[in-house]
Ligand binder design. Structure first.
Ligand SMILES: CC(C)(COP(=O)(O)OP(=O)(O)OC[C@H]1O[C@@H](n2cnc3c(N)ncnc32)[C@H](O)[C@@H]1OP(=O)(O)O)[C@@H](O)C(=O)NCCC(=O)NCCS
Length: 152
């Protein structure tokens, strides 16, 4: 689909799930189970992988919920961070959905996840709410939203 110097972006396939799980487990204390990857890949959702050669180094899973897009999961292999992988994935999804007329795009992020919050802010996401004890009953989630025209 799209390329940068050291990686390219393509749609994810079911065969990619073991590689996704490996990254997922290295990124999150409460990793998604297999089925949470398989379902959006099988459906019409937007599931993108960043690949270095044939190796997946990052992914972005977005679920359509009526006229709203839920940015459900974003992760980059710890060895491959700060090289613009997440930026390329987000650029791709915003490009793909440019004409889709979503009323908003939203996500949840751990309150302590400063690096992720920084990247979302770059795209105009703003904190609009808090889900208390959302993660394993122990950490709050910040709800962040952006409207396609950049206004929340
Ligand atoms: C958050 C994450 C996806 C960023 O991926 P990445 O490919 O390293 O991000 P990019 O290289 O595109 O960085 C883009 C910008 O995000 C911000 N950023 C990324 N990592 C950062 C860090 N460790 N500290 C501060 N800012 C950071 C910076 O503004 C950066 O721009 P810069 O490199 O020009 O300063 C990655 O750190 C990750 O997988 N974290 C664990 C999983 C996770 O938290 N996912 C989000 C769940 S909501």
């Amino acid at each position: 689909m799209s390329e940068s110097n050291s990686f390219w972006i393509r749609n994810l396939r079911e065969v990619d799930v073991p590689a996704l799980l490996e990254i997922e487990r290295s990124c999150f204390p409460d990793p998604w189970p297999v089925q949470w990857f398989k379902e959006p890949i099988r459906s019409r959702d937007i599931c993108l992988g960043a690949c270095n050669g044939t190796k997946i180094i990052g992914y972005l899973i977005c679920c359509r919920e009526d006229n709203v897009l839920h940015l459900a999961n974003l992760a980059v292999d710890p060895e491959c961070r700060r090289q613009g992988v997440a930026t390329a994935l987000l650029n791709q999804v915003f490009q793909m959905t440019r004409n889709a007329r979503f009323s908003e795009v939203y996500l949840e992020v751990r309150r302590s996840n400063i690096e992720a919050i920084r990247i979302y802010e770059r795209y105009g996401f703003q904190i609009t709410g808090v889900e208390e004890q959302y993660y394993q009953g122990s950490e709050d989630a910040l709800i962040m939203k952006v409207k396609p025209n950049g206004l929340v």
